[in-house]
Design a protein around this ligand. Structure first.
Ligand code: PGA
Length: 265
């Protein structure tokens, strides 16, 4: 089965509306329409509506970075998936920064995945181990537990539609200079994609396992993207820091094009 490549920008909590609009403008100038590549921009709630009027939908889809699992009610300060329903195609769910800095539990993440589907939003479920877990060689156990818990309420057909981003937390935001920094390798990404796909297959069957798209994320940039995109079983990348720079991000989309068409190495 041929799965479309997926390149996701995670703008996190950056830029005012004017800066975000300029970045979008620059990306629209540089990024071509590719029928085999889907480019998704996960932006702040504040930017979703105004940028929906500017965005070229042939090139980009919008995503939220998070949402609350109840549809409405007394939850001051929250935004629900039902409110986002008309605005976004995707939403990140369970990003490590949400899990660690905002104490999102496994149960919260499970409810968010279910709520996203209930409201017609496709979840990009983020999973990955912390540094101490990595050092204790618990990566697979952690990923297994996060995945099985998050997918408790979903059907095989829903799993086939969704996206899973493996992000080793210890390798996130290590910037462009890798010397002396912790990085994961394309082989690590491939090993975890295989592991995740096996787990999906054993719970949800072959169709779901062959259809679900698995991304790698953590310090991806225009230089290292190609190696991750070429890794077996990796269908794309989730990009934080480098997505704020239009040269970098358009370079990553270009790397996906070259990977798909076997151009250069
Ligand atoms: P990074 O962030 O690319 O800056 O490491 C990735 C992420 O947090 O999704």
């Amino acid at each position: 089965m041929k799965r479309k490549k997926l390149i996701v920008a995670n703008w996190k909590m950056n830029m005012n509306l004017q800066q975000a609009s300029i970045l979008l403008h620059r990306l629209q100038e540089r990024i071509q329409i590719h029928k085999d590549i889907e480019v998704v921009l996960a932006m702040s709630y504040l930017h979703l509506q105004p940028l929906s009027l500017q965005i070229d939908r042939r090139k980009f889809r919008q995503a939220a970075q998070n949402a609350y699992y109840d549809d409405h009610g007394p939850f001051t300060g929250e935004v629900s998936f039902s409110m986002l329903h008309d605005l976004v195609h995707y939403s990140l769910v369970g990003h490590s920064e949400r899990r660690v800095k905002f104490n999102e539990s496994l149960d919260d993440v499970r409810k968010k995945v279910a709520s996203a589907f209930r409201n017609g939003v496709t979840p990009i479920l983020c999973i990955g181990e912390q540094k101490d877990e990595h050092l204790r060689l618990e990566t697979k156990q952690v990923v297994h537990d996060q995945l099985s818990s998050a997918l408790l309420d979903v059907t095989p057909e829903e799993v086939a539609e969704m996206v899973i981003a493996y992000e080793p937390v210890w390798a996130i935001s290590n910037g462009n200079d890798y010397h002396g920094h912790d990085i994961a390798t394309p082989d690590d990404a491939k090993e975890m994609a295989t592991y995740i796909r096996h787990q999906i297959e054993s719970t949800f069957g072959k169709y779901a396992a062959n259809s679900v798209r698995i991304l790698y994320g953590a310090s991806v940039n225009s230089e290292n993207a190609r190696a991750f995109l070429d890794a077996d079983g990796i269908d794309g990348v989730l990009v934080g820091g480098a997505s704020l720079n239009y040269h970098e991000f358009s370079g990553i989309v270009n790397a996906a094009y070259r990977s798909l068409h076997g151009i250069g190495v």
